[in-house]
Design a protein around this ligand. Structure first.
Ligand code: ZN
Length: 167
């Protein structure tokens, strides 16, 4: 079970080898970072990270070196449960290219209000601190990936060119 959390400077991940907690600084997410204790390369998060506060969301979106994919959802929403495994696939396949987060619109309602989220699930992509695209409704991982690439494929913040989709 991956332990991933936010602090005021970055994403905090546990080292797969020794369990040491390390920070992936927002401005350098996607770069290779080594564990402070055992020096093993740390893996970028391969699962969606749940955002629990507006402050965490704002810090991530404004400072992340990678595009941020946001899945707005709520526990009572059936289509959200359908899209959840698809969002998970995107997070695993596009690790090091995007950061995938989930926003529970019941738990963090001011984000849904600020961005005018009228239906869930809604998937949005942020790059360079602003929203570049969004789409409402459940859809397969491939559609979400195509939407990301269309929105940020040529964006200076994206590194699709360095890694190639699907690797
Ligand atoms: Zn380690």
């Amino acid at each position: 079970m991956a332990t991933v959390d936010f602090d005021d400077r970055g994403i905090v991940v546990a080292c797969h080898s020794c369990g040491q907690k390390n920070r992936l600084v927002y401005e350098r997410i996607g770069e290779t970072v080594r564990c402070a204790k055992c020096k093993d390369a740390l893996e970028s998060p391969r699962e969606p990270i749940e955002v629990r506060s507006t402050a965490d969301f704002d810090r991530l979106v404004s400072r992340s070196s990678l595009p941020v994919v946001v899945d707005y959802w709520a526990p009572w929403c059936g289509p959200c449960r359908m899209v959840a495994p698809e969002v998970q696939k995107v997070a695993a396949r596009q690790a090091r290219r995007v950061v995938v987060v989930k926003v529970n619109t019941d738990e963090v309602p001011d984000l849904g209000e600020r961005f005018g989220i009228r239906s869930i699930p809604t998937i949005a992509v942020f790059a360079g601190g602003r929203e570049v695209t969004r789409s409402a409704g459940a859809r397969p991982a491939e559609h979400i990936e195509a939407m990301i690439e269309k929105a940020v494929g040529h964006h200076p913040f994206a590194v699709f060119g360095d890694f190639g989709l699907g690797q």
